[in-house]
Design a protein. Structure first.
Length: 277
């Protein structure tokens, strides 16, 4: 199997390095390969023809906002893309970005993983696959590397990506709010992470072992409206903008705790009242 990557960023390097270990022949091509003149956006048709002619799968792994531009360039150049499967690895965009290519199949294949340049064991990464056409080449590659995946619809891509942002991106911002509060009471950053990391690891372990409905701890999980009021009094006095985040997250947590049967209606109402005042 031959997989080529048009775009030489972190995703291309990390994923290509991994699949190469499983016998996939890999080629990575950056803008100096696919354009004869990048400034003028003149395509290197000879090179592009060779990439598609020699590949079973062509991944377009340029930044999200340039995927369609690259596809339009390939199409306008008259590159023969037949007998090839094309895919991109964007979390937010659907396979429709590739619709101009006359391939046997067009897909979005997204690994649910933050990729910062480090080696990654993709057999432990969950993928989502979306698209149309002959998917045998991609699913065979996923089986070969031992990766789990689910198929999703194109219409679900935005919600799917939003869900991953809540988990991977917004949780970092919430952690930084904790860091700022610790800083305010005189605890340095190194000590902050020593405090928070064991707490986060235990929470993640609890969720992994028992699911979110059995992992919730803290004052809302006990219906402790008095503690919630104390938190808000302190935050309103010194960090009013963070107090608004606390109120929003507190209400979402109280709804979750009520719906999951963690607290009864009376305790949930008491917490909601504390959050509203």
């Amino acid at each position: 199997m031959k997989a080529s990557f048009i775009g030489a960023g972190r995703v291309a390097h990390a994923f290509s390095a991994y699949i190469k270990e499983f016998g996939v022949v890999v080629g990575i091509y950056d803008k100096s390969h696919i354009y004869a003149d990048y400034q003028a956006r003149t395509p290197n048709k000879q090179r592009l023809d060779a990439i598609f002619a020699s590949s079973d799968i062509v991944f377009i792994t340029t930044p999200d906002d340039t995927i369609r531009e690259v596809v339009e360039m390939i199409t306008a150049a008259g590159v023969d893309t037949a007998d090839t499967v094309a895919a991109h690895m964007s979390g937010s965009l659907g396979s429709d970005e590739l619709r101009l290519l006359s391939c046997d199949g067009i897909f979005s294949l997204h690994p649910m993983m933050s990729i910062l340049g480090q080696p990654i064991d993709f057999s432990k990464v969950y993928f989502t696959l979306e698209g149309s056409g002959d998917e045998a080449m991609i699913t065979d590659m996923l089986r070969r590397i031992g990766a789990n995946y689910s198929r999703i619809e194109s219409s679900s891509k935005a919600l799917y990506h939003a869900a991953s942002c809540f988990c991977a991106n917004y949780s970092v911002a919430l952690l930084d709010i904790s860091r700022r509060l610790f800083e305010d009471i005189g605890i340095g950053e190194e000590d902050t992470w020593s405090i928070l990391m064991p707490l986060m690891r235990q929470m993640l372990s609890n969720v992994e072992q028992n699911g979110s409905r059995k992992a919730l701890t803290g004052p809302v999980s006990r219906g402790d409206a008095g503690t919630v009021r104390k938190h808000l009094a302190a935050l309103d006095m010194r960090h009013s903008e963070i107090a608004e985040v606390y109120r929003f997250m507190g209400k979402e947590t109280a709804k979750f705790a009520r719906q999951s049967g963690i607290i009864d209606d009376a305790k949930a109402d008491a917490v909601m009242d504390a959050l509203d005042n």
